[in-house]
Design a binder for this molecule. Structure first.
Ligand code: HEM
Length: 367
């Protein structure tokens, strides 16, 4: 039963932590305009996350007096920590005029612009706060979000949530899992400390409180699964620029072969099509840009037309949200994958570093 420490870490958990199997992601709207209420919530959430990550209840499951109302809902009482991490993010709205915190807004942090091929549903978009709960047991992740949401009453309400049932990204030392299109996802993800330092962790130059923090981009991406399932394998390969079973780049034979984006076949065509997902997203074709992907497969059952309602909860971390904007602008315009997906939900959040013992996330904002 592993527990991930919360206090006294350089970074919050759930970012470089090798992806656990399950996620419950929640975005919240603040219903208060009082900075003091926000401060109290961040302090209560931080102390509670520390308890939850240690595998403890949030107070009493079974009060001794019959009239007592349980403070912890109880459904994770016997499950232990299960590598739970709860990652807390602040949306752009925290830094608007409401709370008097505008001077703390990092220069590169704002709402995401509208991006090509966006099909965003306002009900699944935005939020002033985010919690990403990941664990090896789905009920542990669910319990964390449920009980942290209860604690927010009067200050914040849930805006949108996604329950992810399987990891679709690989961290250091992990085998590569598959997304719901059946392809290995995470093969060329960031896996080294050098890349984390260069592309993920914030150096705090413009805002010292963000040093060791990062930005989180969350996108709820629906897959048109029936169409995908009817697609020929040759086209599926061309969409990603990789093979399905092995996950090799079309220019190679093994999963971890380095893609050769310049290689042509006998008829002069690029072996990895220029509009394939990996050709467009690869750092070789983006001025060296990389992001840390930490996505999960989700399903919401069937939609009203009897079609499978499922996709990818794409979550990525980077030290400048412009990295996502650059990539998605390109992907949104040209990616062959666009025929089979729609981005329906979106949020961007500043994720501060982890607090020292006895302190809380984002405390320097209130100094
Ligand atoms: C690579 C799937 C959305 C960025 C890949 C790979 C797959 C995949 C199968 C190849 C294996 C790997 O290296 O991980 C998907 C699916 C998506 C999706 C199914 C949507 C449902 C996105 C989005 C972005 C993105 C929105 C960023 C804006 C990347 C990057 C790579 C990648 C940077 C690595 C490319 C390389 O260096 O070769 N994706 N992806 N993906 N994807 Fe996606």
């Amino acid at each position: 039963e592993t527990a991930v420490p919360f206090y006294d870490q350089t970074h919050q958990g759930g970012i470089a932590t090798p992806p656990q199997r399950y996620v419950v992601f929640a975005s919240y709207d603040l219903t208060t305009t009082d900075a003091g209420d926000l401060q109290v919530l961040l302090a209560r959430w931080s102390a509670s996350i520390a308890q939850l990550q240690a595998g403890r209840n949030l107070g009493t499951v079974e009060p001794s007096r019959p009239s007592g109302v349980p403070t912890d809902t109880g459904e994770a009482a016997d499950l232990g920590p299960n590598a739970l991490t709860v990652t807390l993010g602040l949306g752009p709205g925290v830094f608007d005029d409401r709370f008097g915190l505008a001077r703390h807004r990092p220069a590169r942090f704002d709402h995401l612009p509208e991006l090509p091929s966006d099909r965003l549903d306002p009900k699944l978009t935005g939020g002033d706060l985010s919690l990403q709960a990941c664990a090896e047991d789905p009920q542990v992740a669910y319990h964390a979000i449920r009980d942290l949401s209860r604690l927010a009453r009067g200050t914040a309400v849930v805006r949108w949530t996604v329950m992810g049932f399987g990891r679709a990204s690989a961290g250091k030392g992990q085998t590569t899992p598959r997304n719901l299109m059946g392809f290995k996802d995470g093969t060329r993800n960031i896996k080294t400390d050098a890349d984390l330092d260069q592309f993920v962790w914030h150096d705090g130059t413009d805002q010292a409180w963000m040093q060791g923090g990062t930005y989180q981009v969350a996108r709820k991406i629906q897959m048109n699964i029936e169409n995908w399932d009817a697609d020929q394998i040759g086209d599926q390969h061309a969409v990603f620029g990789r093979t399905k079973q092995e996950g090799a780049p079309l220019s190679g034979t093994q999963e971890f072969d380095t893609p050769d984006f310049a290689r042509k076949d006998a008829s002069g065509e690029l072996v990895i099509p220029a509009t394939s997902h990996v050709a467009l997203a690869a750092h070789e074709n983006n001025g060296g840009l990389k992001i840390l992907r930490r996505s999960y497969n989700f399903t919401d059952g069937m939609d009203e037309y009897g079609q499978i309602n499922a996709g990818l909860l794409f979550i990525a971390y980077m030290n400048d949200p412009a990295a996502f904007v650059t990539m998605q602008t390109k992907l949104g315009r040209s990616d062959r994958l666009n025929e089979y997906i729609s981005h329906v939900g979106s949020g961007v959040f500043a994720v501060p570093p982890a607090p020292a013992t006895g302190h809380y996330v984002a405390e320097p904002l209130f100094g």
